[in-house]
Write a new protein. Structure first.
Length: 494
């Protein structure tokens, strides 16, 4: 129970520190299954199959299955629908995003003339969108607790003369718009909202994504062993903004009737990783794949700002533009390594079934100072945030199963399912235990030079969100999110 208490405190502090925390580790350590239509139609289960440019992100040895050169481009349209439940009130919202899902080229060289067992070598250059952050969520409903209570507690013991300097994004803003008052006898701030329920409304808008540029090399040895490696340059662009509004339901006897709190954050950065892979064919019908993805080490920069207005009986109070605070910070983030094992069964000359198991030690994610190679006693060491990573997260195994079958010459049908466990260790951290689920299907047509593919993937996600103070269940919002992804791919052999 002592550990759980520490975790709750860390979560609580992270929500209002406007700094880097364990949520960043989780955000940049987990990825979706963006790629070609063929790849997504099989729920990203491709570790022992290959011969698709998107398979590079699962197992670079899969490129060894190419015997000709090929180029491919894929486009994705994502429609996200959200259902939010907050103290019995249900609110729906949605967002749409069109993006480049993947693009690349494979240059294949005939190595058989050397008579050393190597048949083909492949140089692969490409781009894959690993994650889409675009979303719009809303919740609303009645609650006795107020965000102002949190801001008041945050300023305890700080004289008003220094509050905007020491708590510029929270208590300072609320005090500046007269939403908080100060009691010098107790050295504490208190809300000007009277006792009673407030009506809460919050809209959270996120945008951006994670994309990876990669270069890989692979070879085919005797049509039995395939091996490959790739270097990935991963780019992060994350934007988040939210508007939090509270309105007192009974305004009799109070000067403060409502307030609006605004927050904006942007994160940009670059990271590097290495992938290694093998595919072995013990027989013509069976294939075994094994791949390793190193941790991605990001260098990131956060920028954030906040603002606030308050409606009183004598008018609207706001912060003068020149006093709106801004923050910026550079740091490094290491994601956990991933190990994937894959098994495939070939259905004659007509199709295949593939199973991928992906192990991810989320507990190994870590935040570091921007110049962690240099000793500097004044640098923040992220001890509390990294302790929270170890306390909250666990090792998970993602399972993906895909099938492809040619129903007649050149025409394929595909399907897949993925089970993605929740990352949290126990119910005291998150009460949601049902894994996120992926359901996928698609069709494809190909001839000697051209292939066209269309895929659909549904990702069902469940999550909890606390606007503030996770010790109060009344502050919890449960989001049920469905991400509908429609992907089109055109590929050409040359």
């Amino acid at each position: 129970m002592h550990k759980i208490g520490i975790v709750c405190i860390l979560v609580f502090l992270s929500l209002f520190s406007f700094s880097q925390n364990e949520l960043d580790v989780l955000r940049y350590s987990t990825t979706d299954i963006f790629g070609s239509a063929r790849f997504e139609s099989m729920a990203g289960s491709f570790g022992a199959l290959g011969a698709d440019i998107s398979a590079l992100q699962i197992n670079p040895a899969g490129m060894g299955r190419f015997s000709t050169s090929k180029t491919s481009i894929s486009f994705n349209n994502s429609i996200l629908t959200n259902s939010a439940t907050y103290n019995g009130t249900v609110v729906n919202s949605s967002e749409n995003k069109f993006s480049l899902a993947a693009a690349g080229v494979v240059f294949t060289t005939d190595l058989s003339t050397s008579n050393d067992g190597r048949k083909y070598g492949q140089l692969t250059l490409g781009y894959t969108r690993l994650k889409n952050f675009a979303n719009r969520k809303r919740y609303e409903g009645e609650n006795f607790y107020s965000l102002l209570d949190v801001f008041a507690n945050s300023g305890y013991g700080i004289d008003p003369a220094y509050i905007f300097e020491l708590r510029p994004f929270t208590t300072g803003l609320a005090y500046d718009v007269f939403a908080l008052n100060y009691d010098p006898s107790g050295e504490q701030y208190y809300s000007l909202l009277t006792l009673g329920d407030m009506y809460h409304e919050r809209e959270i808008i996120t945008d951006g994504g994670i994309g990876e540029f990669h270069i890989g090399y692979s070879e085919n040895y005797m049509d039995v062993l395939y091996y490959g490696a790739s270097i990935g340059v991963r780019r992060v662009n994350y934007e988040e903004s939210y508007s939090h509004h509270e309105e007192l339901l009974d305004t009799v006897g109070t000067s403060l009737m409502s307030f609006n709190y605004l927050y904006d954050q942007s994160t940009e950065g670059t990271g590097f990783n290495l992938k290694l892979g093998l595919i072995y064919l013990p027989t013509d019908q069976y294939r075994i794949g094994l791949s390793f993805e190193s941790p991605t080490v990001f260098t990131l920069e956060d920028k954030w700002t906040a603002d606030m207005t308050a409606l009183h009986d004598d008018g609207l109070k706001y912060v003068e533009p020149e006093y709106v605070p801004e923050g910026t910070f550079q740091y490094r983030l290491k994601t956990p390594m991933k190990i994937r094992t894959s098994f495939a069964y070939i259905l004659g000359m007509r199709g295949a079934i593939n199973l991928d198991l992906e192990l991810s030690r989320l507990v190994a994610g870590k935040l570091r100072p921007a110049n962690s190679n240099e000793y500097n006693a004044s640098q923040y060491d992220f001890k509390y945030e990294n302790d929270a990573v170890r306390e909250q997260y666990r090792t998970i195994v993602n399972t993906r199963l895909g099938i492809e079958y040619m129903i007649f010459s050149g025409f394929f049908v595909r399907g897949g399912i993925a089970i993605l466990p929740q990352p949290y260790k126990n119910k005291d951290i998150s009460s949601i235990t049902r894994p996120n689920m992926t359901y996928a299907a698609g069709i494809g047509w190909e001839n000697r030079l051209l292939s066209l593919n269309l895929g659909y993937r549904l990702l069902e996600m469940n999550s909890e969100y606390y606007a503030f103070d996770p010790s109060k269940v009344e502050n919890r919002t449960v989001f049920n999110t469905n991400a509908h992804n429609l992907v089109f791919t055109a590929s050409f052999k040359f």
